[in-house]
Design a protein around this ligand. Structure first.
Ligand SMILES: *Cc1c(COP(=O)(O)O)cnc(C)c1O
Length: 228
């Protein structure tokens, strides 16, 4: 077994253990492999190990890998900050965009998704722990944004994405509570099925709180070069 297979099996085992401890089904949490800064050949090896969903943060780098790996059945997720002038590339090349935090971004993604493509899956990024950052909408804005974004034809709003500050597991609990409140009021609750939270260092706490998708880089691929 090669090293990537080993680390992937280890992460899958950690997910399984965290699910068991939380009384959750092992398949209720999806593993997103965060492959930013990793070369295409490494992604291809991880694909051979069985991984299908990959998350990228930097558009230009991601587009190069999407082209290089176009023969593989990879599900591409964009998890970086979404800039308004980059939405066309995102709409055309990804299956998921996690960092949507304004109506105008969702509108552009919906308008720019091609007719021959399935609806683009998106998550609403929420600044759940009031960090001093421009990324993520405020929790109070979520209800209105969900109502507005749900009416757009070519995006499918699947749930929430959060990146709380390290060492704040309470933020995961608050994100889950917000997720559940939206679901309870949702016109089509079955479409609201994704809570994207948890990374290498805190996936256990995120799963305990109710994450349905963990975004894991370092624990799968090792430490990244400094660029990050
Ligand atoms: C880099 C990144 C991750 C993965 O972080 P690790 O600590 O390497 O697991 C997850 N989510 C986002 C948004 C990231 O930018």
């Amino acid at each position: 077994m090669n090293m990537l297979q080993q680390s992937r099996n280890q992460v899958l085992a950690q997910i399984e253990t965290a699910c068991a401890q939380a009384g959750r089904e092992p398949d209720s949490v999806q593993l997103l492999a965060v492959s930013k800064t990793q070369p295409s050949a490494v992604l291809a090896d991880m694909y051979q190990a069985g991984q299908r969903a990959f998350g990228e943060n930097y558009l230009q780098e991601a587009l190069e890998k999407i082209t290089a790996l176009k023969d593989l059945e990879i599900e591409w997720h964009f998890i970086g900050h979404v800039q308004r002038n980059k939405t066309k590339h995102l709409a055309e090349n990804f299956a998921w965009v996690h960092g949507v935090d304004r109506l105008i971004i969702a509108e552009r993604l919906s308008n720019q998704r091609r007719e021959d493509q399935l609806a683009l899956n998106i998550c609403l990024q929420v600044n759940i722990d009031a960090q001093d950052t421009k990324d993520g909408c405020q929790p109070e804005e979520v209800t209105d944004l969900v109502r507005q974004i749900s009416q757009l034809p070519n995006v499918r709003l699947r749930g929430l994405m959060v990146i709380p500050a390290p060492g704040n597991p309470q933020a995961f609990i608050e994100a889950k509570a917000l997720f559940d409140r939206v679901k309870a009021q949702h016109a089509h609750p079955e479409d609201w099925d994704t809570l994207s939270m948890g990374m290498s260092a805190d996936m256990q706490a995120a799963i305990a709180a109710g994450s349905s998708m963990v975004r894991v880089g370092t624990a799968l691929f090792g430490a990244r070069p400094q660029k990050d």
